[in-house]
Design a binder for this molecule. Sequence first.
Ligand SMILES: *[C@@H]1O[C@H](CO)[C@@H](O)[C@H](O)[C@H]1NC(C)=O
Ligand SMILES: *[C@@H]1O[C@H](CO)[C@@H](O)[C@H](O)[C@H]1NC(C)=O
Ligand SMILES: *[C@@H]1O[C@H](CO)[C@@H](O)[C@H](O)[C@H]1NC(C)=O
Ligand SMILES: *[C@@H]1O[C@H](CO)[C@@H](O)[C@H](O)[C@H]1NC(C)=O
Length: 393
Amino acid sequence: MSTGGSLPKASVICAAVLLLGIFVLYHYQSGGCPKLYTVLTGHVAGTAKSNTGDEVTRGDRISESNTGDEVTRGDRISESNTGDEVTRGDRISESNTGDEVTRGDRISESKTRRHSSHRNRLSGSPGKLQRLPRALIIAFSKCGTSTLRSFLTLHPDVVAAPREVRFFNVHFSEGVDWYRRQMPYSSPGQITIEKTPGYIKSIDTLQRIHTFDPDIKLIAIVRNPMTRLQSSYAHRAARHKRYARMGFLKWLSSGAELEKRVKHGSDFVSKIQMVYRVFPEDQLLVLNEEALESDPVTLLNQVYSFLGLNSSISNDVLVFDERKGFYCVNKTHPIFPSLRGLVNKSDGCMRAGKGRKHSEVGGALLQEIVDISRPYVNKLFDVIRTKFNWTYF
Ligand SMILES: *[C@@H]1O[C@H](CO)[C@@H](O)[C@H](O)[C@H]1NC(C)=O
Ligand SMILES: *[C@@H]1O[C@H](CO)[C@@H](O)[C@H](O)[C@H]1NC(C)=O
Ligand SMILES: *[C@@H]1O[C@H](CO)[C@@H](O)[C@H](O)[C@H]1NC(C)=O
Ligand SMILES: *[C@@H]1O[C@H](CO)[C@@H](O)[C@H](O)[C@H]1NC(C)=O
């Protein structure tokens, strides 16, 4: 080797460059790492259901998007090679994989149809794309929004962003393409939903949502203020020893905060009226958390109908867990294996922390809380023209 002149040296470099080129070409055409990752993690295209749950880890999301990436990237390369995508030719960039900026769903659906045979050849997963939400759970914190989101994905036509994206209230400057990239992969017939309880808190946020999509469906879930206070406390106590040591009653009655705390926990109605100032009333569905606990299937089917979905889910999908005191997914139901990541695999229930024990309250303090809450509750029932069967109210 060392005795070689400049000519052999040059040919070694040439050969190396050539090999590298071939490797790079092969790597991209075969899907490269994504495919390997898919094999290693056992994720196959078409298991997007697992992407909808609460417990989806970053690893899950990466492998999911890799699975999808394999398709889009393959598409993009072959499109620019064959030139059958002339109109989008000058837009080959990251945003190209996420289709056009607004109203992307319809556009991407037609794109999907055009290329479905191609996609099928590549991955066997036709039309899986990240799509913008068509419905939002916008309220209220500590009222079962996580459970509602997870249970809604029991319907095969509903997928949900696994986390609170907080796009319209916090990350709006990131842009709609960023928002889309937070969404799970879905098929053309599926509805994507997203849940961020903070969306109802300001009129600016609601107006942004309206500008984004004036026809978007909105869902709010409300709860007996007393139970909500107990849940608020249980949530805090589970996180901070300070609150756990304090106890519910002490937390409630610590100084002049009681009235503020109770009002804050009871005043659903002013936020709901704010929604009505921006959206037609029939675009907001107001649900009762107690119904989600006591008769979830009926409530879910009410939501599916609100979302414009034809079919419903049957009663045997959820079963009442006597020990825990709430509904869990039926482990022997055929749908159960597809819910990986949505619920605890061993018992079909929501992850630990949901359904925490609530501290009791009684006597004069109870009466004081009820007195502060009652005007808000009565006004709520007036405004939504529905009366929920809430203890004390
Ligand atoms: C819903 O059902 C009606 C009548 O059964 C049918 O025409 C329509 O296509 C269905 N829509 C969807 C989205 O499946
Ligand atoms: C659970 O699902 C199985 C299979 O569909 C069904 O036979 C069974 O009755 C369900 N259990 C309940 C309690 O509904
Ligand atoms: C899942 O359920 C089992 C059985 O009820 C329980 O022992 C375990 O702690 C649960 N895991 C989580 C993460 O909640
Ligand atoms: C209202 O709730 C109470 C206690 O939760 C229950 O006993 C009662 O039957 C309910 N009433 C109606 C009309 O649902």
